[in-house]
Every structure is written in structure tokens, then in C-alpha cells.
Write a protein that binds this ligand. Structure first.
Ligand code: MTE
Length: 340
């Protein structure tokens, strides 16, 4: 396996690649039209013609999001297998069924998602239940930038520079009590904003709200990350704004987006894809090249790069997506074929 250590951070932002005069001119026009304010999001009803001002998705995202302060955290960089995926791919090839089931639907349909105000409730088996608002999410913890391998169960993958904080730091803040064994997560339920939640057909059959779960030990692992941004900016709506989970050794469907509730519980919580097809999607969903999906092999993956999915190079999939040294111990007594 060719493990490449990537000098990930010297990437251009859209700001860098757009001549300053053009950038300033677009800003001026958008400001006049009332589209630039404190983190103002463009409404897709009002955006006709406005998005034409941007020559790329990255430029659009640069206007839709805020720049974040963060410290680079290179502790896991030696485990990256491949260069960072271009931002243009990360923000245009998405799974977010609340906004449609095709890969391009979320980038098109999610721009109206209102992230401010936002409420994230942390409750259940905790000493100090908490409700965080949008500003808390960005300010409660020092933000870190971490690049992780990201492997979808559909056998495509990316390398994504997330910005956020470890879930463990949040759990320590609320004080997990001795009854807690699992952590349950829930996405916003708002069919007005999320067309996929209006009927089972457009929403891919999921029983919304989208829910996910981890064992407490998985949740406390330092790799388990609450992301509030990527490529140095707040999350674009299609990637799960304003806050999502990232569990890099598990298939991407565990990385639940746009979270409104985190609940500590004594019982294993239900999870959306498991409810939909239990024989295909387990609770654990650890990346495992030796356990195939019933309908396709998991031995390799298509790494999305400049050219997109169909020109993507096939590379071997690694156990635990390359993070075995940090997580294999969590499953040492488990039959991973049974607990898939
Ligand atoms: N979270 C919610 N709420 N709804 C979804 O449809 N899709 C999951 C996961 N989180 C999903 C979700 C799947 S299948 C994947 S692969 C990742 O989000 C995709 O994340 P990305 O679009 O940022 O690449």
C-alpha cells in the first residue's frame, strides 16, 4: 500500500485563485443585493442569477460560509492514504437524503437550510444537560483542523480536512454518568426545509429524523470528531451544517449531519440505515475489506480526485479505514463478521 504523507495545507482557497478585483466586485454586488451579512445564507428562491456570479462551487461556498480560526492537528496525518480531495468535490458529491437521493441534490437543494439560530441538546445519562446555540458550537472548544480518510459504504472515498473538536471534550463537559453505555445522535427534523423528509420516496425510504449511534467507548475515542467546518470554513449546508459527526474508521453513514440532539443512553440506539436494511447496514459499520456488502465488494474503493467518481482510481480498502492502531482494541473480543 502506497501511504503518501500529504502536505495537505498548502491548498488554494477560492480567495487565492480569484483575482482580487473580481472577488471584491462580486462582494460589492452581493452586498448591494443584501446577500452578505453576518453569515447570511443565500436562499435558493432568491438566488436566481446570483449564483451566476460565481465561477465555481468553491466561490459560492466561500460566500455562504465563514472563515474559522483553528489549530492544525497533524497527529493522524501519517494515516492518510492519498492527497486531500479537492474542495469542489467534497461540496458537490454528497449523501444527504433529506435533500434528495442523488449525489448532486444536496448541493442544489440544501442552500436554504437555516443554521442560525441552531439548538443542539445534549441530555440523557449526563450530570449537566446542555443546550448549545450556534455561537457555542464555534466557540465552546478550541477548534482543530484534522484531515481524515472518509470511506462511504458505497465504496467511494475522499480525504477531507475537517475543522472541529473531539466528541470526548463535549462529553466531558456534560459529565457522562455511570448508566451511560451508548450515545444516540439525531438530525434536524424539518420537512419544510428538508424536502426529502416529506415523503418516503424522495427521502430514500428513511424513517426521519435520521438517527445514529455509537458505543460510549467509540464516542470517547479521540478520533471521533464533531465537525463544524471543512477547508478552513464553516460547513456548507450540503456537508451537514452547522455541526456533524465524523467517525473516520466507520462507513460514512455513521457520520450523521446537522445534529440537534446527542443523548446518552443505557441501550443501543436505533440507527437509520440499520432500520432500513438490517442485513446490509449494521450498528458497528467499521470499514472492513473482508466483509462485503451483500450487493458489492468492500475490498477496494474509488478515491475521488479532480476527475470525479467515474475517473476515480480504485485503491485497496484498509481495515478500520487505516485507523486500526487507534481503534482495533475496541473490538478485540468481537466477531467482526457478526458485528458488522
Ligand atoms: N446524515 C444525514 N442526516 N442524512 C444523510 O443522508 N448520509 C450519510 C452521512 N450522514 C446522511 C448523513 C452518508 S451515507 C454519508 S456517505 C455521509 O453522510 C456523506 O457525507 P458528505 O456528503 O459530507 O460526503
Amino acid at each position: 500500500m502506497n501511504i503518501k504523507k500529504t502536505a495537505a495545507w498548502d491548498k488554494f482557497t477560492s480567495r487565492d485563485i480569484t483575482p482580487e478585483a473580481v472577488y471584491q466586485d462580486r462582494r460589492r454586488i452581493l452586498k448591494q443585493m443584501g446577500f452578505i451579512g453576518a453569515g447570511a445564507l443565500l436562499s435558493s428562491q432568491a438566488n436566481a442569477g446570483v449564483f451566476d456570479l460565481f465561477s465555481s462551487d468553491e466561490e459560492k461556498v466561500a460566500f455562504l460560509t465563514k472563515t474559522l480560526p483553528f489549530a492544525k492537528q497533524a497527529q493522524y496525518d501519517h494515516l492518510l492514504y492519498g492527497a486531500l480531495t479537492p474542495e469542489s468535490k467534497i461540496i458537490s458529491h454528497n449523501n444527504f437524503y433529506e435533500f434528495g437521493t442523488s449525489k448532486t441534490d444536496p448541493a442544489e437543494n440544501a442552500q436554504e437550510l437555516k443554521v442560525e439560530p441552531w439548538k443542539l441538546v445534549i441530555d440523557g445519562e449526563v450530570d449537566k444537560p446542555m443546550t448549545l446555540d450556534y455561537d457555542d458550537l464555534l466557540k465552546l472548544f478550541p477548534l482543530e483542523e484534522r484531515a481524515y480518510n472518509f470511506r462511504c459504504v458505497e465504496a467511494w472515498s475522499m480525504v477531507i480536512p475537517w475543522v472541529g473538536f473531539s466528541l470526548a471534550s463535549l462529553l466531558k463537559k456534560v459529565g457522562v454518568n455511570s448508566k451511560a453505555k451508548y450515545v444516540a445522535f439525531e438530525t434536524l427534523f424539518d420537512p419544510e426545509q428538508m424536502p426529502g423528509q416529506r415523503n418516503r420516496y424522495t427521502g430514500g425510504g428513511i424513517n426521519y429524523p435520521y438517527v445514529e449511534g455509537l458505543t460510549l467507548a467509540e464516542a470517547m475515542n479521540d478520533l471521533t470528531f464533531m465537525s463544524v467546518g471543512l477547508y478552513g470554513k464553516t460547513l456548507p449546508p450540503q456537508n451537514g451544517a452547522p455541526i456533524r459527526l465524523v467517525v473516520p474508521w466507520k462507513y460514512g453513514f455513521k457520520s450523521i449531519k446537522s445534529i440537534v440532539r446527542i443523548r446518552l443512553t443505557d441501550k443501543q440506539p436505533p440507527t437509520s440505515w440499520n432500520q432500513l436494511a438490517a442485513n446490509e447496514y449494521g450498528f458497528y459499520a467499521n470499514v472492513n475489506p473482508e466483509v462485503d456488502h451483500p450487493r458489492w465488494s468492500q475490498a477496494s474503493e474509488r478515491r475521488i480526485a479532480e476527475g470525479g467518481l467515474f475517473s476515480a482510481k480504485r485503491i485497496p480498502t484498509l481495515p478500520f479505514n487505516g485507523y486500526g492502531e487507534f481503534v482495533a482494541d475496541l473490538y478485540k473480543d468481537m466477531d467482526l463478521r457478526k458485528f458488522y
